[in-house]
Design a binder for this molecule. Structure first.
Ligand SMILES: C=C(O[C@@H]1C=C(C(=O)O)C=C[C@H]1O)C(=O)O
Ligand SMILES: [Mg+2]
Length: 443
């Protein structure tokens, strides 16, 4: 962890409104020539903000036991030393911090060592796509000259090659310990019946092998076509990328206004409209799924209530229909009482919700460590951004995977409650693998 004294860095940031709007996906690919290994991509489910970020003028690897507080401090220090000398005031422009926390900051990292307990960076170049305008931010840590240099890079980048690298052939999909996983679900049900917890989310993993390097570009392009209404994210770090298409918001903050999402309870999509409606109707009245969902709603309400005035939590969930799956969904809105409440404070309080951890939180986390026998890394963790004024958004990094050269590891989990049946939970996780599997050529 860096010293808490003011950094010697002086962050300068220049923002301009672009005259033309490049295509975000092509831009991401064009950036590989200069910035392969340090790109990021973000698109929120409502497409209000799309980011393509390149390079890094400042980065932070989460190392403290309280990674949220560490990021809060480091970001405050950096902003304190910075100056935005040409801004438009638009949310998501100027210095923006992008990254993610590990799901469980107490687990030693092996497979996920590149991402550690989390990584965040301020890019050198950031394109921000809003509904009706595109902005370019150029950041520098060495005064105005560093900004001018970066502007040169942008010019060559906009003229660069934009051909998506082809997806290599998927050679093998290996399931990791599926029988053992089903036994773990049965054990978790016993734990719940013994009264140790009410709900715990157990995840499993697929290992994929390809006949060449899997670039995030090809996968992102596929996800963007296949998974509408999802958060799309790529966090590239050297030759590894964490990528996904998540339906789940953790929390969004715009000024004092906050939005959160309770998402839990699942059923597959139907093969035709009638079957689809039937399945959706069944989900809305299924006690097991309503209880999975209810635990998330009551926890999010309890966590956000002390922070907010006028927290609005609807009494009944509605359906959220994604391409491969339908979920129970309760949107939550509110206004923070204290203008100094930060997005990192909200993320810290919320993560993990019982949609990914369980309830009560501590025994559920212990059960996950005991039963899962894998490191979730950034899977299921808060992934997102915050701008220098404090607005930003974090999604929950599900329907996701880690790409590493010619391999990919995919993750999917499910909420285990007292009524859970291992075989049904296994099938539910299989459905949740579908978005990433399809994008990787496996469906
Ligand atoms: C854990 C995942 O999804 C979560 C679990 C759900 C469930 O069990 O019904 C539904 C949505 C998510 O909150 C995942 O996709 O990996
Ligand atoms: Mg479920």
């Amino acid at each position: 962890m860096k010293e808490k004294t003011a950094p010697a860095l002086k962050l300068v940031s220049k923002v301009i409104k672009c005259r033309t709007a490049p295509d975000p996906l092509r831009l991401f690919t064009a950036g590989a020539a200069h910035f392969y290994g340090s790109r990021f991509f973000w698109q929120d489910a409502d497409r209000e903000t799309v980011f393509v970020g390149f390079g890094c003028v400042w980065s932070c690897t989460v190392t403290a036991s309280d990674g949220f507080a560490q990021m809060e401090d480091e970001w405050r220090n950096l902003k304190g030393a910075g100056e935005v000398y040409s801004g438009t005031g638009e949310t998501g422009t100027g210095p923006v911090l992008f990254g993610g926390f590990a799901f469980d900051g107490t687990v030693a990292k092996q497979k996920w060592k590149t991402f550690g307990q989390g990584i965040f960076r301020v890019p050198q170049i950031l394109f921000t796509f809003k509904k009706d305008a595109v902005f370019l931010t150029v950041n520098g840590c060495g005064g105005t000259e560093s900004v001018q240099e970066a502007e040169e890079t942008v010019r060559s980048l906009l003229n660069g090659s934009t051909a998506f690298p082809a997806l290599p052939l998927l050679k093998a999909v290996k399931e990791i310990g599926s029988d053992e996983w089903k036994k773990s679900v049965a054990t978790a049900v016993e734990f719940i019946r013994e009264g140790r917890m009410d709900k715990v989310v157990l995840a499993r993993k697929l290992e994929l092998a390809f006949d060449g390097v899997v670039s995030p570009d090809a996968v992102l392009a596929a996800l963007s076509v296949q998974q509408h209404d999802s958060y799309l994210f790529v966090l590239e770090e050297g030759s590894e990328s964490f990528i996904g298409a998540s339906p789940e918001r953790l929390v969004k903050k715009t000024g004092r206004h906050i939005l959160s999402t309770c998402l839990a309870g699942s059923i597959k999509r139907g093969r035709n409209e009638a079957e689809d409606l039937e399945l959706g109707k069944a989900l809305l009245s299924d006690q097991k799924n309503l209880s999975e969902h209810g635990f998330v709603v009551s926890m999010i309400r309890q966590v956000l209530e002390p922070f907010c005035n006028g927290l609005n939590v609807p009494d009944e969930p509605v359906l959220m229909r994604m391409r491969d799956i339908q979920h129970l969904y309760t949107p939550v809105t509110g206004t923070v009482k204290d203008k100094d409440t930060t997005l990192f404070q909200l993320v810290k309080a919320l993560h993990p919700t019982p949609a990914l951890g369980g309830i009560p939180r501590q025994p559920a986390m212990e059960a996950i460590r005991l039963l899962e026998k894998m490191d979730r890394g950034l899977y299921g963790a808060p992934i997102g951004w915050v701008d220098y004024r404090g607005s930003g958004e974090f999604c929950v990094g599900i329907r996701s995977g880690l790409l590493k050269e010619d391999r990919a590891s995919l993750y999917a989990g499910c909420g285990v409650v007292k009524e859970s049946e291992p075989e049904e939970e296994y099938k539910e996780t299989s459905v949740k693998f579908t978005p990433m599997l399809r994008a990787l050529g496996g469906k």
